[in-house]
Design a binder for this molecule. Structure first.
Ligand SMILES: [Zn+2]
Length: 152
């Protein structure tokens, strides 16, 4: 029997989908099956999350269309971040399950973290020693504007 966490109450990724998009819920873009949102606790400025609309714990629980869209949104997100922040590199990936470090383990999401030489290394970011980011509302405005101007 396969364990699938179905509890959506208290899930922030379910909650934000019911709110108006802007500097409050931090959603940058909504696709058909997934959306892009700023991480409220960013490791670096511009830290994005690509989140499935459905409350499912793993990529394995999503249909191929949703998985494909998530990868396309992640790619578009990198293009947008390059324009806005000129990062030198990215960390991109997903923590699947609480034991892997997923903060919201019931609702699968992909991190896109822009990186620069000399910023804190990834072990430090994992230990939550973060680069001081700019104001989240300002980040949302910059990324949202660039996203609207970008093509898929
Ligand atoms: Zn959820």
């Amino acid at each position: 029997m396969k364990f699938v966490e179905t509890k959506t109450s208290g899930c922030v990724f379910c909650k934000v989908q019911k709110e108006a998009d802007g500097t409050g819920n931090l959603i940058v873009f909504r696709g058909s099956n997934a959306f892009v949102i700023l991480n409220r606790y960013p490791y670096t400025s511009g830290h994005l999350l690509v989140v499935a609309n459905q409350h499912r714990p793993s990529l394995e629980d999503l249909d191929p269309e949703t998985r494909g869209e998530m990868m396309e949104l992640a790619t578009r997100g990198m293009r947008v971040l390059r324009k806005v922040y000129q990062p030198q590199a990215f960390n991109m990936g997903s923590n699947i399950g609480a034991a892997a470090g997923a903060g919201i383990a019931g609702h699968v999401h992909i991190h896109i973290v822009p990186r620069w030489l000399g910023d804190s290394n990834f072990m430090q970011t994992l230990a939550e020693t973060r680069v001081i980011p700019e104001d989240l509302a300002e980040t949302w405005r910059r990324v949202h504007l660039a996203w609207e101007a970008s093509s898929s």
